[in-house]
Design a protein around this ligand. Structure first.
Ligand code: NAD
Length: 486
């Protein structure tokens, strides 16, 4: 049975739905039609307090379980998510406007992967034994942080709720998760599923709200860590707020990543990479390679092939399985994208294709490609977060590396070439946390994901994430008489 987009109540706290209609109303809009499909209310300060208190209480008992016991529950949650993949994907499509073709394979499935991976690894969370002089020794214990706050962006609402929740819970923490106000629905289902899988009430709570609710979490004395997925400006605010109470942080922020295509690249592969790096999820992906540097000699062939491939775009109702290109998530995001397109034209780039919002209901901006883009143009410097590709020409390896790195961001970077030594040499010099050689935009749970420079702090996925949701205690053990100077 499909999920009703209107949730039972706005928040999920202590194992149950909770409502407080005195909070600011938030309408949930299906971006393909503009229809209001649900309404939730932002958490009042009292609701946030209730969620944090429930999480504190649940965390104590949860941390006392063995890793295997915790892991079993997380793996059960993964199984339930996989069984419900269709319904979860439909809900995510309604929440975000992303095509069902995408949400069916890249959202709840990726969330389930996270619960499965961290569920499996939970039993292996051990410390180390350190032999010291004269038979003394030390050992380390990996301990949870306490209550962690997760704050999500709107582009992958199910995935983000799980990417933060799974490692946090595996390490023995509890979580209070605030989804983006634009896509509040999916995280509630993650919370429901965890209860069904056997998690204790209060372990994973969801509160709705705008930035001020996130800010309340980021400054709360009883929260030990805040993990944000959002824009770089929000990241700076949350990082600064978290510093006041010395919280641990993970910051998964925006980017303006370079994708470098050398003349010897397999052009079809490179074009596929550029399509994934700019138009998947209608361009609303943080790691997108939006500065596509193409070696001058092959630029005409590259854009010609790109144009041919874009003929296969099926733009339309994202609930239809054949649709492969959906709308922008919100009127606000649509307006931001349109304003960048206007700037591209005004600053002298060549609008190669797309560029005009479609008439009618829905927030559709077709795949847009600019050529003759130069490094100083706004569309080459700022994150657009929409389906706008900037093609820049280059002549030499040295030149392109330096131009690729000339950005405050450092989330991702890619290179397409058939020269294996060049591929590694170039990637080695790209200042980014997540890099791709002859592929783009994959983020499997087995590998670390995250950025450097203004794109963030910390890593999600893989065993690396465990370091960001736990802390190490060192215990020295004296086996000999204690020597003191007097
Ligand atoms: P945003 O920064 O506007 O909001 C992100 C979240 O932060 C929302 O839940 C919002 O309510 C909350 N928030 C806003 N102000 C806050 C404050 N002062 N204190 C606490 N919380 C606050 O971002 P968005 O528009 O929702 O998402 C798009 C951005 O997210 C893009 O920049 C994109 O690159 C980035 N993103 C990054 C990753 C990654 O893994 N690196 C993944 C997805 C999206």
């Amino acid at each position: 049975m499909a999920y009703d987009p209107q949730p039972t109540a706005s928040h999920f706290i202590d194992g149950a739905y909770v409502e407080d209609t005195s909070g600011t109303p938030i309408d949930v809009i299906f971006p393909a039609t503009g229809e209001v499909i649900a309404r939730v209310h932002a958490a009042t300060p009292a609701i946030v307090e209730q969620a944090v208190a429930a999480a504190r209480k649940a965390q104590v008992g949860w941390a006392r379980l063995t890793g295997s016991e915790r892991g079993r529950i997380l793996r059960r949650a993964a199984d339930i998510m996989r069984e419900r993949n269709h319904d979860l994907s439909v809900l995510e499509t309604l929440d975000t406007g992303k095509p069902l073709q995408e949400t069916s394979v890249a959202d709840a499935t990726s969330g389930a992967d996270a619960f499965e991976y961290f569920g499996a690894i939970a039993a292996g969370l051990t410390g180390s034994h350190i032999p010291l002089t004269g038979g003394d020794f030390a050992y380390t214990v990996r301990q949870p942080l306490g209550v962690c706050a997760g704050i999500g962006a709107w582009n992958y609402p199910t995935q983000i709720a799980c990417w933060k929740g799974a490692p946090a819970l595996a390490c023995g923490n509890a979580m209070v998760f605030k989804p983006s106000e634009t896509t509040p629905l999916c995280a509630l289902k993650v919370a429901e599923i965890l209860i069904e899988a056997g998690a204790p009430a209060g372990l994973y709570n969801v509160v709705q709200g705008l930035g001020e609710v996130g800010a309340q979490l980021a400054t709360h004395d009883d929260i030990a860590k805040v993990s944000l997925t959002g824009s770089a400006p929000t990241g700076k605010k949350v990082y600064a707020a978290a510093a006041a109470t010395m919280k641990h942080v993970t910051m998964e922020l925006g980017g303006k990543s370079p994708l470098v295509v050398f003349a010897d690249a397999d052009i079809d592969n490179a074009v596929s990479g550029a399509i994934l790096a700019n138009f998947y999820s209608s361009g609303q992906i943080c790691s997108n390679g939006t500065r596509v540097f193409v070696e001058r000699a092959i630029r005409p062939a590259f854009v010609a092939r790109l144009q041919e491939r874009l003929q296969s775009v099926v733009l339309g109702d994202p609930r239809e399985m054949e649709t492969n290109f959906g709308p922008m998530v919100s009127e606000r995001q649509c307006a931001i994208v349109e304003s960048y397109i206007d700037k591209g034209v005004a600053e002298g780039a060549t609008l190669f294709c797309g560029g005009k919002r479609l008439d009618g209901p829905g927030l559709f901006v077709p795949p847009t490609v600019f050529t003759d883009v130069t490094d100083d143009m706004t569309i080459a410097r700022e994150e657009i977060f929409g389906p706008v590709m900037a093609v820049l020409d280059f002549d030499s390896e040295e030149e392109v590396i330096s131009r690729a790195n000339a950005t405050p961001f450092g989330l991702a970077g890619g290179v397409f070439t058939q020269d294996i030594t060049r591929a590694h040499r170039v990637i080695d010099q790209i200042d980014a946390g997540t890099c791709y050689i002859n592929c783009y935009n994959i983020a499997p749970v087995e590998a670390p994901f995250g950025g450097v420079k203004a794109s963030g702090v910390g890593r999600e996925n893989s065993a690396e994430a465990l370091n960001h949701y736990s802390q190490v205690k060192t215990v020295y053990v004296g086996m000999n008489p204690v020597e003191a100077p007097y």
